[in-house]
Ligand binder design. Structure first.
Ligand SMILES: Nc1ncnc2c1ncn2[C@@H]1O[C@H](COP(=O)(O)OP(=O)(O)OP(=O)(O)O)[C@@H](O)[C@H]1O
Ligand SMILES: [Mg+2]
Length: 148
């Protein structure tokens, strides 16, 4: 599915809808969403919307230096935000590998920016989102699909 966004707010709204949809969804493993796209294409903006939709009050900021941040959205459930931009090799990926168990816990929702850098960690079942810049400054194209 392809969605056109014309403003930052629209991208955030799209994320919010996704968050609201997933809030009460449960699978037999964590829900994984990968966000691909160039610098500034709107990945962090989109996850900010997802956070809103899940009812998270805290502002989600880029965890670039920390790589991973978690935000509880109910008593037992957490949103994990991983920004893999700085991960250049297997050694760097060890930070996330140490937390591999989060992918098995069905109560988690995990959103990864720059998933290409941690391909070996991704689940087969996932929501794949690809953002790209449009012709005009505020235009973005959002492609959303299942697994690949
Ligand atoms: N339609 C739009 N959707 C999302 N962001 C937009 C849009 N139009 C303009 N922008 C701007 O583009 C920037 C997107 O930044 P954001 O941090 O979300 O990108 P990113 O993909 O996470 O980048 P990075 O790869 O550096 O983490 C913001 O400054 C935002 O205001
Ligand atoms: Mg970002």
């Amino acid at each position: 599915m392809i969605v056109k966004s014309r403003t930052t707010k629209e991208t955030r709204e799209f994320g919010k809808l996704l968050g609201e949809t997933l809030k009460d969804a449960f699978f037999n493993q964590a829900i994984l969403i990968t966000l691909s796209g160039n610098l500034g294409s709107g990945k962090t903006t989109l996850i900010q919307g997802i956070g809103r939709g899940l009812g998270i009050k805290r502002q989600i900021t880029s965890p670039t230096f920390l790589i991973m941040r978690s935000y509880p959205f109910s008593k037992e459930r957490k949103l994990y935000h991983i920004d893999a931009y700085r991960i250049e090799n297997k050694k760097d990926a060890a930070v996330i590998e140490g937390e591999k168990s989060i992918f098995k816990d069905p109560s988690n929702i995990i959103v990864i920016e720059w998933p290409e850098r941690v391909r070996h960690l991704l689940l087969k079942e996932k929501i794949v989102i690809i953002l790209s810049h449009g012709k005009k400054e505020f235009e973005r194209t959002i492609v959303i699909r299942k697994n690949a």
